[in-house]
Design a binder for this molecule. Sequence first.
Ligand code: PEP
Length: 255
Amino acid sequence: MDKAKRTAIIAGNWKMNKTPKEAVALLNEIKPLVADADCEVIACVPYVDLAAAVEATAGTNIKVGAENCHWAESGAFTGEISTGMLKEIGVEYVVLGHSERRQYFGETDETVNKRTKAALAAGLKPIVCVGELLWERECNITEEVIARQIKLDLWDVTEEELKNVVIAYEPVWAIGTGKTATADQAEEVCAFIRAQLAKLYTQEAADGVTIQYGGSMNDKNADELVSKLNVDGGLIGGASLVAEKFAAIVKAASK
Ligand code: PEP
């Protein structure tokens, strides 16, 4: 399939950075710099920033995403946020299964799957993160790890629902470390993910899925990474907090 037919998405993952006021200030800096983007632009921000971010980006081409959501509609889940809460304030995307959630907060493929299904049922678009640890890459089991995550995280997700799923390939060893996967390594795994999707669904369905790369992507390396056939944009951590750097990555994905 022609790569140009897929939507390239550049999404910032702000992690635990920026207060609501700081979030509005950063978005106001980013807005004019990405106004003519020829790709989708998303800011995934901390829960308390979401309402302010939705208001600050109203009428612009920037969409807002959350960094997680719970699978239950409501109930005794202290500290959690439901999909309905996100929808009501105008959130469109949600990052799920980020390696920091898996590493520090006990997230498993089973909970990623529950969150993914709940997000889809509520009309949110999940950005499902998968990726291998350095140790797993060194043991030559990257493909096994990725195949398992794709199968489990998307368990019971229908082909129709898959149209609203974004996959982010984020090798854990490249996140926040300054170590980027080479463009060839990123392409190899993104192509593998697409092949897995084709096995689980159909080639046509797989060809339509946006597969991002994430892991120390910045204004210097974005061009080469996003030029690869199966890399449809990026999930950006550190560089998304600097307006000019984030805008340069958006520009690279707009070519
Ligand atoms: C991320 O948090 O998803 C990420 C890719 O971070 P960084 O760009 O800082 O490596």
